[in-house]
Ligand binder design. Sequence first.
Ligand code: PLP
Length: 386
Amino acid sequence: MLISNRVRQLNPYVPGEQPKDRVYIKLNANENPYPPSPVVQKAVIDFVQKNPEKLGLYPDPDSLELHAAIADMLNKSGGVLCRARVEGGEVHPSDQDKIPFTVTPEMIYTGNGSDEVLSFVFYAFFDSSKRFVMPQFTYSFYPVYAGFYNIPMDQVPLKEDWSLDVDEMLSRAEKNQGGIIFANPNAPTSLGLTRDQVRQMIKKASSDEIFIVDEAYVDFGGESCIPLLAEFKNLVIVRTFSKSLCGAGQRLGYIVANPELVNIVTTVKNSVNHFPLDAVAQVSGKAACGDVAYYAETSRKVAQVRDDFYNFLCDKGFYVLKSQTNFLFAKHPSISGDELYQKVKAQGLLIRHFNTPGIEDFVRITVGTAEQMSGLKKIFEEILRG
Ligand SMILES: *Cc1c(COP(=O)(O)O)cnc(C)c1O
């Protein structure tokens, strides 16, 4: 056989479809409907025009300027953009989000999208001899990494109301001693735990149990666990530019953690790919972090449009979870998730349907612009009329 046994056992991630046959309005991959800040666009153009020779040289392997810019953005926003206050060009965290210490560049690690970051985090902190704990329904890339690295998993069912079963996750983590990961807010359910709920959880766990909290969606209204880094050394927070920073195409993800843990992930990176971020990505990421006001505004707009669409879905008889993210997870008593997805697709819009048993009745709808969502409202109304 030409291929390895390892590869024959792989079970790759299936992303939201990106069809080429026709131009669809994409409300299926939780991308941001707004473009990156004009500052980002200008920084990229300037960089390529003024320093073309830099495209021929290796970039900074450790993206130090970008790390400083990310730390600065977190200090200014408190880690939740939609609540950040903008006053006379200055940005401040809301009272709810104030971080009780200064985030430093040494607390940041960056990689080629948080998917790559997560992969290195799995390699760094989970072991093939112990089961790690995760919710039964969560980001579907976690089981893929578990398969890739041969790490056994322990999947904990959600509660009746689709929230995380904190007590059960804790008791299994205690038994397995293999670490714990969840997205907060969670995907595809859109529900979050409060910071205090996470605090209580980590407090009860043994201090050599690692907690990985994936905050891909927190900027749209969740509570960030960054403030907890002052209390706990066993916490790693994973974040991305793909959702709230309108940057899915730039492939930028990062962790915020204590420097010792950052160094461990850096060691993994330097054993696989010394340069995960190209020079242009570093420039664009740094520029994005410099325009917190823009992203605070776009995050707020997404949250407003989301709440409006939530009300619409309730009015139309959907069962909808109260989202803290840029998507809505909903089902209707009189139409299956698959049928709804197919009928919306026929109208030129993509939403996401999972064939996974247990959530197959639901669709996941990414929040687009107000205009896109009013188009979707009309389509839903027509479909429900029959
Ligand atoms: C979108 C998403 C990611 C991946 O983000 P990238 O930075 O684009 O790789 C990670 N975790 C969760 C929960 C996500 O929804």
